[in-house]
Design a protein around this ligand. Sequence first.
Ligand code: ATP
Ligand code: LTN
Length: 329
Amino acid sequence: MERILSGIKPTGELTLGNYIGALRHFKDFQNRGDVYIFIADLHALTMPIEAETLRNNSRDIAAFYLASGLDPKRCTIFLQHTVPAHAELNAILQNYLYMGELKRMTQFKDKCSKMNDNQIGLGIFAYPVLMAADILLYDATIVPVGEDQVQHVEITRDLVHRFNSRYGEVLVLPRAEVTKVGARIMSLCDPSKKMSKSDPKGDIFLKDPLSVSRKKIMSAVTDSGSEVRFDPAAKPGISNLLTIYAALKDITPQEAEKRFAKFRYGDFKKAVAEAVEEELGPFKARYEKIIADRSYISVLRDGAKKASLVAAKTLRRVQKAVGLLSVDE
Ligand code: ATP
Ligand code: LTN
């Protein structure tokens, strides 16, 4: 049986990129195995964030998880900090990843390139260690993420090989699973940059009123020429819109290209905006209901209990392997 685990960090308002690259797929994994989906709130602290913003973002993600079709009877949904084993395993695993490899992580380089050493917190540098702990605590075999997070799953795999070759088969080897279409949605203002919730220019937010997301698509940067063609190098703006459309309709960008071959840019954009509205309209309605009735609170409480049982077992296994003396009877 597969163990599937993923998380989103509550650093900002969720975007269409988060939805297409990650959130939209989570519910399907409930048919493939045992699913653990969490809110990576400790990871959100790795960049400066106001306490109230973190709290609100965390509530929102919980409600979005439920609105996306995750069913608490068929999966475990929880907040990272409510399962103390994450921090405890982190304290052990930090000794098995090295400064050199952490310094080379793309996310670390991107986030900290404009900061000096006296501004960079240890948490953002050690981010992959905590993420490895998140994954390994649940013996996860599959980690569904967008393309930008694959490197973090790869370093987790390196850690597993290193740890197991020293202590035996203690940790389970996970693999990243990336959606075929839409694993890297680009900014609508600058299609050379990833759409990202901490860099809100060019984002469509899941909480945007539909009229606003429509406007954003209609004014998305396009490319010279007038042909709707899928060619990410020569036509990054149009290709990004084709990818968004294709991902939402479960077709390939090439199929989408055929559908719009005779369209002008304006009519094509209208069709993309409609596809986004069709998908996000019902999703947003479900979200509004869940956030108003606060049903997510008991889900998170139950999730913490269920997750803690599984995590505690793995933690004990690791503690024993590295030689931490047990005082249990
Ligand atoms: P931040 O800007 O704070 O780094 P983010 O928008 O990159 O945040 P994450 O919390 O890092 O979002 O990511 C949540 C999930 O969404 C991850 O699986 C990530 O790979 C995926 N994801 C993020 N941005 C995109 C994107 N533009 N296209 C597709 N998937 C994405
Ligand atoms: N780094 C991820 C969030 C995250 C995660 C994880 C994803 C933290 N721990 C474990 C998958 C598995 C992100 O930025 N989305």
